[in-house]
Design a protein around this ligand. Structure first.
Ligand SMILES: *Cc1c(COP(=O)(O)O)cnc(C)c1O
Length: 407
């Protein structure tokens, strides 16, 4: 099967627009990806024809909205090969999923218990654990990186003690592109009696994910980074753990029976879904999974890999003074870089004026920046719809602006 890039792009009207009179080249996919028509159409359809609160009404519309949301849950289950939809919880995004695990599973931890994180984590996989540390006196340990941006697995092994209870690690780094060996890390965590939580925000858009093959305890991601609507995230957790965990928030939907003498919790997954969920987003999420499946995640990954190789090679060969951060084997299509001593912000601003959307700054990974001895980078990140021609124009733009940055 050929990779029909024109057909793929035709699903995204936004890719046809211009900025400052220049054609848009969208290279900020690690922050959020664009949304194909079937997803947007489904949002419209839900608002125009099926809007009603879920799991509550006896009426037809409420049933339709409930069914649409539950199809989204099944699509999520299938997408990551979770054993059961009872183990698939809707959240607002990766950040909320990580806070849920740190807060709720965190209540099962004792002062002095240890949590292992890595230096390449996004702030949303650091700060919730720090909040827990200040509440419950747990201890945080950090796995360092090797010089190519891959994780130091020997250091990881050495961090375990008889107090290690949790490992929380990103599947792929949003800065370095490093894909962590999460199956191996899960085995090691389990050998030490710890659970492992995976921040999959940069995993699901680029890598085929099978939570059973990985063997992880929690896997968390955001819909908006995988062509879905914003405001929706998924938390997969093993039933046995979710059953033991206290609710994260209280409210409607999550209860069995409420009285002032005591309240019981709803069954999984509803125990962790307090209040009216984003059922429109959950319904539209189904279309994002179907859209990815219609192309194939492996075909998308292969295409992005070609873009990554091509762009990286041309950057190294043709841009004087370029520094690329992260060259781990098998990295995903994220290129963080600096040109000479130029400030990342200036580079990003000049690129913007030429129509290129890139991200600049610390990318919510300040500890990683600190370990690299820099304040920030420029980051170009690819998705299914980017083209080799866009990559070439990006290189040409960098060549044009590099002399301006030298001053
Ligand atoms: C984007 C991102 C997050 C946070 O996701 P939200 O959708 O903003 O909640 C967490 N971890 C990584 C690696 C990310 O790239």
């Amino acid at each position: 099967m050929i990779y029909d890039i024109n057909s793929i792009r035709s699903y995204f009207p936004i890719l046809g627009r211009s900025v400052y009179g220049k054609p848009l080249v969208y290279l900020d996919n690690a922050a959020t990806s664009q949304t194909p028509r079937p997803v947007v159409d489904r949002i419209d359809e839900m608002y125009y024809a099926h809007k009603a609160n879920v799991h509550r009404g006896v009426h037809c519309l409420s049933q339709e909205a409930t069914d649409a949301m539950e199809l989204g849950r099944e699509a999520a289950r299938r997408f990551i090969n979770a054993p059961s939809t009872d183990e698939v919880i809707f959240t607002r995004g990766t950040t909320e999923g990580l806070n849920l695990v740190a807060s709720s599973y965190g209540q099962l931890l004792e002062p002095g218990d240890e949590v292992i994180l890595t230096v390449m984590e996004h702030h949303s996989n650091i700060v919730p654990w720090q909040l827990l540390a200040s509440r419950r006196g747990i201890v945080i340990k950090v796995v360092p990186c090797l010089s190519d941006g891959s994780l130091d697995l020997d250091a990881y092994r050495e961090l375990f003690t008889d107090r290690t209870r949790v490992v929380s690690v990103c599947h792929a780094s949003n800065v370095l592109g490093t894909v962590n060996p999460v199956a191996q890390m899960s085995r090691i965590a389990h050998e030490h009696g710890a659970v492992i939580c995976i921040d999959g925000a940069q995993g699901v858009p680029h890598i085929r994910v099978d939570v059973q093959a990985i063997g992880c305890d929690f896997y968390i991601f955001s819909s908006h980074k995988m062509y879905g609507p914003t405001g929706v995230g998924i938390l997969y957790g093993r039933r046995e753990l979710l059953d033991r965990m206290p609710p994260y928030q209280g409210g409607g939907e999550m209860i069995g029976h409420v009285s002032f003498d005591g309240t019981t919790w709803a069954e999984l997954p509803y125990k962790f879904e307090a209040g009216t969920p984003d059922y429109v987003g959950a319904a539209a999420f189904t279309r994002a999974v179907e859209w990815i499946d219609s192309i194939g995640i492996d075909a998308i990954a292969a295409h992005e890999h070609k873009l990554l190789e091509h762009t990286t090679r041309r950057m190294i060969d043709e841009i004087d003074g370029i520094r690329i951060f992260g060259s781990a084997p098998g990295k995903c299509a994220v290129i963080s870089f600096l040109i000479d001593r130029a400030h990342h912000y200036d580079t990003g601003m000049l690129l913007d004026k030429l129509g290129f959307a890139v991200r600049t700054g610390h990318h919510c990974a300040q500890p990683l920046m600190q370990s690299l001895g820099i304040e920030g980078t420029v980051r170009a990140s690819f998705a299914a719809y980017n083209t080799i021609d866009e990559a070439d124009r990006f290189i040409d733009a960098l060549k044009r602006i590099a002399p301006l940055l030298d001053a």
